[in-house]
Write a protein that binds this ligand. Sequence first.
Ligand code: FAD
Length: 486
Amino acid sequence: MNDSRHGPTAVTRRTVLKAMGAAPLMAASGPVRALNKTDAIVIGAGLSGLNAALLLEGAGLSVKVLEGRNRIGGRVQSLRNIPGSPEVGGTAFAPGYARLVDAANKYGVGLVDITPTIPYFMNQQIYLQDQFISNQDWATSALNPFPDQFKKIPPNAYFNVLMGAINPLKNSDEWVSPANASLDISLHDWLVKMGQSEAAIELAYNTNPTHGMSAHDISALLVMFAATFGTKQRELTANNAIKGYTAANGNQSIPEAMANALKNEVQLQSTVTGIRTNSSGAEVHLADGTVHRADRVICSVPCTVLRRIKIDPLLSGKQALGVRTLDSQKINQLHVVPKSPFWEKDGMSPTMFTDSLAGMVIAEHKGADPRDVTSLSIWLRGERAAWCDQVNQQVAIDAVIADLERIRPAAKGQLEVLGYKSWYRDQFSSGDWAIWAPGQVSGFFHELAKPHGRLHFCGEHTAVANRGMEGAMESGERVAMEILLA
Ligand SMILES: Cc1cc2nc3c(=O)[nH]c(=O)nc-3n(C[C@H](O)[C@H](O)[C@H](O)COP(=O)(O)OP(=O)(O)OC[C@H]3O[C@@H](n4cnc5c(N)ncnc54)[C@H](O)[C@@H]3O)c2cc1C
C-alpha cells in the first residue's frame, strides 16, 4: 500500500540524512548519555573559543568547552622539550595586539620583549640557485630581479616593502568591504597590473609563500589585509621601545592561563563529530558517543575541519559553499637543536632564505642572552609542505636535513631534530591560517560566520580587522556579543 501522506515525508528525511552522511550521529544515538545541559557549549580550546567562553562566563552564563586534542591552545603550541620553548604555531605578537596582551596581563602570563632579537631575524643569508649571495653583493647580483630603487632590499623583505608602497587599503577591515570586490583577484594578476615582473613575483612571493601555494591561487585582498594589519601594528608601536612579544614559557601559556580561569575545566580529548540544533536547544555529539546539550553552541574550528563535522540542519547557500571550499595554508616545521654553532665555522648567518627544500631557516634567540641561538626552526611552506605531506614523516625529515647539510657542509652531523609538525596532517587543524582564493572574499566572507539557528561561529578565519592570534581573539569577542545580544 502506498501511503502518500507518509511516503514523501519519509523519503525526504532519509534523503536528507543520507546527504549529510548522518551515520555517525545515528550511531552515536544508541547508548547516549544525556549530560548536563549548559547555557553554551564552545567547541575548541584555541584562543577564539577560550575568549568567547570567558566572556560568556563573565556575563553569567554556564559554559562548557569541548576540545578534541589532549592539550589547550589549538594553533598556539610551544615545544617545551626544546630549549627556549620555540613556537610551532602562533610565533610572536606586537604590543598592539590589545586583546591578547590584555589576556596575558589579566591571567598572569609574563611577556618577553623580543625587540633585541629582531636584528638577528632580519639578517638572512640568501641562497638561490645553488649559490650563496652575500647581503653586500645582493644589489648587483645577476639573480636580483627587483626594480632599481628596490635592488638593495633582500628577497625576504621585498614583498613587505612593496606592499607598504602600493597597498590600496588604508584600514585593515577594508578587505571585506564590497567597495573593494574588484580587488578580489589573484595576487599575481594584481601585482602584474602594478608593474611587477614575473621574476620579482617568483622570487619575492612564490619562493616561500605566506599564503597559498603561489601568488596565482590567493586573493590579493587577503594579502592586502595582512599587509595593512602589519602596517597598523607598526604605526601603533612607532614610538614604543618594545616592538614584539612572546609569552614566558611559550605562547601556549596564554591559552592555558585562559583555560585555567574558566569555572569549568576544559574537556580534553572530546572530538566533536556532529552538531544538531532546533528551536528548543542544541546537541553536540562526540566521537565517543556522548551527547552534550546547550542553548547555544559556538564552533571555533577552521573550515577545513568543520566540513567533516555533520551539521543538522544542513548549512546552505554561500555559507555552505564557504565551509566546503575555504582552504588552510600548508606549513610544516622542523625544530632542530644544533650540537655546535656551525655558523661560526662557515661565517654565515644561521638564518636563511633559500629556494631549496630547506625553505626558510630561522635561528631562535630565546635564551637569557639575545645573542645565543637556542634552536633552529625550519619553515616549509606551500609546495615544500605539500611534498613533505606526501611522503613518510621520517623521509621528509631526512630529506630536509640532507638538503641543509648539502648547502651548509659545516652543519653536517650537527643537527638534532627534536620536533616536526605538519599542520595540514593534523586532524584538528588541517592546515594553518585560512587562505582566501580569488573570488572567495567577495563570494562568501559575509555569510561564513552568520549564526545558523543556535549554532554560532568564530575562529581566525572569521576575523574582520585583525590577523592571527589577535584575529582569533577578535572573533571570540564578536561571537560572545552575538550570543549575549541574541
Ligand atoms: C606555524 C604558525 C605560525 C603562526 N604565527 C603567528 C604569529 O606569529 N602571530 C600571530 O598572531 N598568529 C600566528 N599564527 C596564527 C595563530 O596561531 C592562529 O590564527 C590562532 O591561534 C587561531 O586560533 P583559533 O582559535 O581561531 O583556532 P584554533 O587555535 O585552531 O582553535 C580551534 C580549536 O578547535 C579544536 N578542534 C578542532 N576540531 C575539533 C573537533 N572536531 N572537536 C573538538 N575540538 C576541535 C582544535 O584542537 C583547536 O584547539 C600562526 C599559526 C601557525 C600554525
